[in-house]
Write a protein that binds this ligand. Structure first.
Ligand code: ZN
Length: 437
């Protein structure tokens, strides 16, 4: 099974990375390539945090050797976009994917097939955010590069067609979408064979279309096939398998197969329970930090305060802008729906506008609370900025005072500072600044 294959690859790459690190040192240029491959194998195993941290380390190594704008770096930005996509965090993946397109265009020109692959990945992140017009435009652009390069019957053309069809479906052009899904699938089956994992994507998308157009019996057949192909290609516990099973469960119910529906739903639940989610909607944590949100080299890793935290690889002087806290802009009401004291990255920007750092966050949302923090918040023209309150040493963990409202759920504090209040909540009745677990 493929899960075994990816697990074997990960084990082998772990030992290769360790050996190269022992021989040359952990930040040697030689480490970057195997580290990227190791991250990819974690990515396929749905170990998103393990993947994210390695991609970022590989990138830091390339940057340290003045290779941050090369083809290898573009690959890693492309992969980071793909990782966030797999983790369900389309907004967070977008800047990485855009950067890959930009770097690759500078390197090879705008009509290179590698650029088309980057454009396809970016478009996929946009269409998942509902930005259908730009996504459609980009898929067409990718196709005008890929078709002359590879011919109309190439599997990369099929991938772009499959994605474009999903946009057409989302925009209500159902008949065009169905024809295009079938064309994409026919190319994939002809070129790659009927059991290739790539065929799963078009099969799944076509099944969703059949489900939406009230053809549940035909949809059941295709969802079952997609489950098998995804399981074989990505492992039985990959979130793609879970999403397929959820859909399968719904269409089985419509065909009157209640027990089959229940079994599929349970399998889906088990898969999602095993994923390190940061939201109740199933978005997974990747531990990545958006390099454009900070002028410093920051890295997320295990923290003594709480699970993971953010550490500085640079010394930072007092009074510097360290990182911007970004996230999806949502209403107060939506913020209430998403609030979960165990896992929440919500920030109250104004009375009406909240930011959800779990979606499209810069990585600042991983910064832990301390009652004696080294960062403080300043809101400048609707931007949330973290400034250093004192000099921060290289290797030190970054912290900020969450200043939870005194009248919301009391959150115990384990910061260990001499002046610890014992809770992350404010004592006097001041306004809530930040809410997060
Ligand atoms: Zn404390």
């Amino acid at each position: 099974m493929a899960e075994g294959r990816y697990q074997d690859a990960a084990t082998m790459l772990e030992s290769i990375v360790a050996r190269v690190e022992r021989t040359h040192g952990a930040s040697h240029l030689e480490v970057a390539a195997p580290l990227n491959l190791l991250a990819m194998s974690y990515h396929y195993l749905a170990r998103f945090m393990d993947a994210g941290l390695r991609y970022q380390r590989a990138l830091a190594i390339l940057e340290a050797h003045a290779r941050g704008r090369g083809d290898e770096a573009a690959d890693i930005f492309h992969n980071l976009g793909g990782l966030e996509h797999a983790a369900g965090n389309w907004l967070r993946g977008e800047p990485f994917a855009r950067h890959a397109v930009m770097l690759r265009t500078k390197l090879f020109g705008s009509r290179h097939p590698a650029v088309a692959a980057d454009i396809t990945a970016l478009a996929a992140l946009l269409d998942r955010q509902g930005q259908f017009a730009e996504a459609e435009r980009l898929y067409h652009r990718a196709l005008t590069i890929l078709e002359p390069e590879h011919g109309a019957e190439h599997h990369l053309v099929a991938v772009a067609l499959n994605n474009l069809a999903a946009v057409l479906h989302a925009r209500g052009k159902v008949a065009d979408a169905e024809a295009m899904f079938r064309r994409a699938q026919a190319i994939e089956i002809a070129v790659l064979g009927p059991t290739h994992p790539t065929v799963a994507y078009s099969t799944n998308n076509l099944a969703i279309l059949l489900k939406d157009t009230r053809r549940p019996t035909a949809a059941v057949v295709l969802f079952r096939k997609a489950v098998t192909l995804f399981s074989r290609g990505l492992g039985a516990n990959h979130p793609h398998v879970g999403v397929c099973l959820e859909n399968l469960s719904q269409v089985l119910r419509r065909t009157g197969d209640a027990s089959g529906a229940k079994t599929a739903a349970r399998r889906a639940e088990r898969i999602f329970a095993g994923i390190d989610a940061v939201t109740n909607d199933g978005v997974a944590a990747t531990g990545t930090i958006n390099p454009w949100a900070t002028p410093y080299r920051l890295i997320a890793r295990a923290s003594a305060i709480h699970r993971i935290g953010v550490f500085s690889d640079d010394a930072i002087a007092k009074g510097r802008k360290v990182i911007e806290y970004t996230g999806e802009r949502i209403s107060r009401r939506e913020s209430g729906r998403r609030w979960d004291p165990k896992r929440s990255y919500l920030f109250e920007l104004t009375e009406k506008v909240h930011l959800d750092g779990a979606i499209g966050g810069s990585g600042a949302e991983y910064i832990n609370h301390s009652c004696e923090p080294n960062l403080k918040t300043r809101i400048v023209r609707q931007h949330i900025l973290y400034y250093s309150t004192r000099p921060i040493a290289k290797g030190e963990e970054l912290t900020v005072d969450y200043r939870y409202d005194h009248d919301t759920d009391t959150m115990r504090c384990y910061c260990g500072a001499p002046g610890c209040r014992g809770s992350m909540n404010l004592l006097p009745p001041k306004r809530k600044k930040k809410a997060r677990a």
